[in-house]
Each structure stands twice: as structure tokens, then as C-alpha cells.
Design a protein around this ligand. Structure first.
Ligand code: NDP
Length: 447
């Protein structure tokens, strides 16, 4: 049995009730196999056993009062996974599906993603099973203030800097920041994704979606083409999906489908993004309302967005939303490229099928790293008490995404990792992200 197999068995035994964490760890550990043949010192230092165990995990009660005067109780989480290369950094997810296993999978992925950005940030993640959907602004504020009242003991500008994620947008970050400042009496860059009037960075809102498309564009270049004239399907209609769509349109491609958790829309003429922004960013409505703006578009209730014929697919909603059957349909329909905007949206068997059938595939930890990279740029601006222009931040984001692509593909080349006639970027990204963290851990002794 190899070193990675032994550690995976151990992880499965210890964390059997955390399937998403096991899934993420399996993907990473299996792809690191060739590294340990070259670096036996890592096994000697039990690097894998240490990197798969969070440095610290906090779970706490979040009581708040709803609009009817009733006391509600949610569960809060912060997993501080690895600080070898910088303060913990990663988003806060607010969604009813949140549990410790989900937060651990996200925190684990974050270690390698943050390393890939080339910036000094460690890996962490947090959130709550609170559902902001359908709540009044006052209820959301009550929850956020209670959540931060506990979380503030564990975070700080040089310790742990949370950000947004599913369900946590500018409104939630604002309420949390206000409460942090009030309790700590300290104006520091403890959260990213802040509003522009109080330390936020231009381009942060657009960063994950734009970064995803910059990354996919590098992949297309390697295939000798670009976005011009390409038909693109994007799942989700939240922050990542909206700005991925915007950048695809700017680069000459056409996004024809978007979704939310209720269903999906198809607009043959190309998605009218102004309408989607109004529905999702202003009215906080459902994607089916799109038909009020574009009566010729089609709405389908439930799943099925991957049946839409496309050249490029960008899953930008949530984990495990693209299954083996969807992968088969995409291949049959001639899709040439899948780049993940969400975290782990593609199941392991679907990823393998896509890759083996010649689809050029980008794992989220590489292709969606633009958000956290720009968060790190927000931290830099806060520390310097400066603010850069949209163009400056966008140019840095673009360079970072190009570099992530170069590093992941160079690692794939170094280890001879190809699949279906393409570079295996899953292996490349995992190895490139892992090496920097492993070297830092080796240098810092047994901690
Ligand atoms: P948002 O909350 O803005 O949007 C999420 C979108 O996905 C919504 O359209 C939502 O639909 C849909 N969705 C969520 N859960 C489900 C589900 N269980 N089934 C079907 N659809 C679902 O989140 P973001 O756009 O910020 O995040 C999307 C993904 O990208 C997540 O995986 C996140 O971790 C990842 N990510 C985000 C980054 C960021 O900067 N925001 C950075 C890196 C990764 P509905 O409104 O109906 O719930």
C-alpha cells in the first residue's frame, strides 16, 4: 500500500461522516502520488497526515431574534486549516446545507488554491446553516451580528481574514464588519469583499468570474483558439456566474444558459446580463423571472442545464452539480472545455470521463482562484491604506490567472501528467499548490 493510500484509509476511518471532505482529499492525495516517490522526506515528516488535519476548528451557537420576536438558533463554523504560508483566508458560506464536512472540504481545497495564487495566504473556511433567502434585512443583520460576536475572538488582519461565499455578499460582509469594529474598536482589514466606501477593493465583485474566464482563455489559447464565437453554458446565477458571463461576452463568446436552484433558462440569442443583474442583484429574485424581460427565452424547472449544446461549460453554482450523465451529454454534444467556477462542482467520475474523452478540464482550485487572489490584493491595499484603480486590480488579476495556468501546466509537464491527449491540470494544480505549502511546513518544523 502506498503512503497516500494509507493516509486516505486513515482519513476515511476518522471522518466517515464527511463525504465531501473525503472526496476532496481523495482527489488531491491520489494526484500527489508521484511527488512522494521524488520526496521521501515528506513521508518521514508525516506531511500528509498533518496537512489533512485542520490546525483548529471552531463550532459555535448563533442565537438571533426573527421579525416575529422568536429566538432562532443556527450553528456557526470556522475551520482554520493551514497557516504555513500566511494567515488563514477563505470565505463564509451561509446555506442550509452547511455542516462541518462541507466546511472542511472547502477549507482543504482553499489551502492549495491560495498557494497557487502565489500570494502569502493560508487556508481556512467558515459559515453557518443560516439561510439568508427570504429573510428581511433586519433578520440578516441580527444573524450577522450574532455570528460575528463569537467569530471575532478567532480572526484578525494577521490571523484569519474571512470573505464572502454562497449566501454571503456585500450586505452580509458589511453587517459583520460593523460588528467586528464595534467589539474590537479596531479599524483593520479583517474581512474582504467590503464595500468601496470602507476599504473594499475595486474588481473584487467581478474577480472570481473574470478570473475564471481569463484562465479558460489561456486553456483555449493552448488549444489554438479563443472565446470568439464560442457558445458557453454557465450554471448558477450568483456572483461567480454573473461575472463569468460578463467576461465571456466581452471576449466575443455567447452565454446561452444560466440557472438557480429552482431551474434554468435558455436564451438562444445570448443572455441579457442587465436583466439577470436586476433580477439577482437588485430584486434578489428567481431566474425564471428572466422570461418577463425576454419572452422568447425558455425556462425549465429542475436540473438539466448540461443538456444545452455548448463549446465551453462553466459550472458556477455549487459542489457536485455536474454528474457522470451530464459529462456524457457534454461530450456527446461536442463540448471541448470545462472550467470550474464553483468549488468541486464536478463529481470525481464525471471529471475522469470528461478528461478521458478529450475535454480540457480545469479544477476550481486553479480556475476560480481569482476571487481569493483579489481578496489578498484587498488585504494589501488595507495594510498600505491605499486604493488601486479598477484597471490596476484587473491587470494584476489577469497576470495572476495567467501565472496559475502556467504553474499548473508546468507541473503537469514536469510529472508527465496527460489524459485524453490534454495536460492533466487536476494533477498539475494539486502538485503546484502542494509543493509550496509542503516546503514551508518542512522549514517550520513539527507544528
Ligand atoms: P452565490 O450565492 O452568489 O450564487 C450561487 C448560485 O448557485 C446561485 O445561483 C444559487 O441558486 C446556485 N446554487 C447554490 N446552491 C445550489 C444548489 N444546492 N443547487 C443548485 N443551485 C445552487 O454564490 P457564489 O457565486 O459566490 O458562489 C458559487 C460557487 O463558487 C460556490 O461553489 C463558491 O464556493 C464558489 N466560489 C465563489 C467565490 C466568490 O468569490 N464568490 C470564490 C471562489 C469560489 P439559488 O439562488 O437558487 O440558491
Amino acid at each position: 500500500m502506498s503512503y497516500t493510500e494509507r493516509v486516505l484509509d486513515l482519513l476515511k476511518a476518522k471522518n466517515s461522516n464527511e463525504p465531501e471532505f473525503i472526496q476532496a482529499a481523495t482527489e488531491v492525495l491520489e494526484s500527489l502520488e508521484p511527488v512522494f516517490a521524488k520526496h521521501p522526506e515528506y513521508e518521514e515528516a508525516s506531511i500528509l497526515e498533518r496537512i489533512t488535519e485542520p490546525e483548529r476548528q471552531v463550532m459555535f451557537r448563533v442565537p438571533w431574534v426573527d421579525d416575529n420576536g422568536k429566538v432562532q438558533v443556527n450553528r456557526g463554523f470556522r475551520v482554520q486549516f493551514n497557516s504555513a504560508i500566511g494567515p488563514y483566508k477563505g470565505g463564509l458560506r451561509l446555506h442550509p446545507s452547511v455542516n462541518l464536512g462541507i466546511i472542511k472540504f472547502l477549507g482543504f481545497e482553499q489551502i492549495f488554491k491560495n498557494s497557487l495564487t502565489g500570494l502569502p495566504i493560508g487556508g481556512g473556511k467558515g459559515g453557518s446553516d443560516f439561510d439568508p433567502k427570504g429573510k428581511s434585512d433586519r433578520e440578516v443583520m441580527a444573524f450577522c451580528q450574532s455570528f460575528m460576536t463569537e467569530l471575532c475572538r478567532h480572526i484578525g488582519a494577521d490571523t484569519d481574514v474571512p470573505a464572502g461565499d454562497i449566501g454571503t455578499g456585500a450586505r452580509e460582509i458589511g453587517y459583520m464588519y460593523g460588528q467586528y469594529k464595534r467589539i474590537k474598536n479596531c479599524y483593520e482589514g479583517v474581512l474582504t469583499g467590503k464595500g468601496l466606501t470602507y476599504g473594499g477593493s475595486l474588481t473584487r465583485t467581478e474577480a472570481t468570474g473574470y478570473g475564471l474566464v481569463y484562465f479558460a482563455n489561456e486553456m483555449l489559447k493552448d488549444l489554438g483558439t479563443d472565446f470568439t464565437g464560442k457558445t458557453v453554458v454557465v450554471s448558477g446565477s450568483g456572483n461567480v456566474a454573473i461575472y463569468a458571463t460578463e467576461k465571456v461576452h466581452q471576449l466575443g463568446g455567447k452565454v446561452v444558459a444560466l440557472s438557480d436552484s429552482n431551474g434554468w433558462i435558455y436564451d438562444e440569442e445570448g443572455i441579457d446580463l442587465a436583466a439577470v443583474k436586476e433580477i439577482k442583484e437588485v430584486k434578489r429574485g428567481r431566474i425564471k423571472e428572466y422570461l418577463e424581460y425576454r419572452p422568447n427565452a425558455k425556462y425549465t424547472e429542475g436540473k438539466g442545464i448540461w443538456t444545452v449544446k455548448c463549446d465551453v461549460a462553466l459550472p458556477c453554482a455549487t459542489q457536485n452539480e455536474l454528474h457522470l450523465d451530464d459529462a456524457k451529454t457534454l461530450v456527446a454534444n461536442g463540448c471541448v472545455l470545462v472550467a470550474e467556477g464553483a468549488n468541486m462542482p464536478t463529481t470525481l467520475d464525471a471529471t475522469k470521463y470528461l478528461q478521458e474523452n478529450g475535454v480540457y478540464f480545469a479544477p476550481g482550485k486553479a480556475s476560480n482562484a481569482g476571487g481569493v487572489a483579489t481578496s489578498a490584493l484587498e488585504m494589501s491595499q488595507n495594510s498600505q491604506r491605499l486604493s488601486w484603480t479598477f484597471e490596476e486590480v484587473d491587470a494584476k488579476l489577469h497576470d495572476i490567472m495567467v501565472n496559475i495556468y502556467k504553474n499548473a501546466s508546468a507541473a503537469a509537464d514536469e510529472y508527465g501528467a496527460t489524459i485524453g491527449g490534454k495536460k492533466n491540470l487536476v494533477i498539475g494544480a494539486n502538485i503546484a499548490g502542494f509543493m509550496k505549502v509542503a516546503e514551508a511546513m518542512m522549514a517550520q518544523g513539527i507544528v
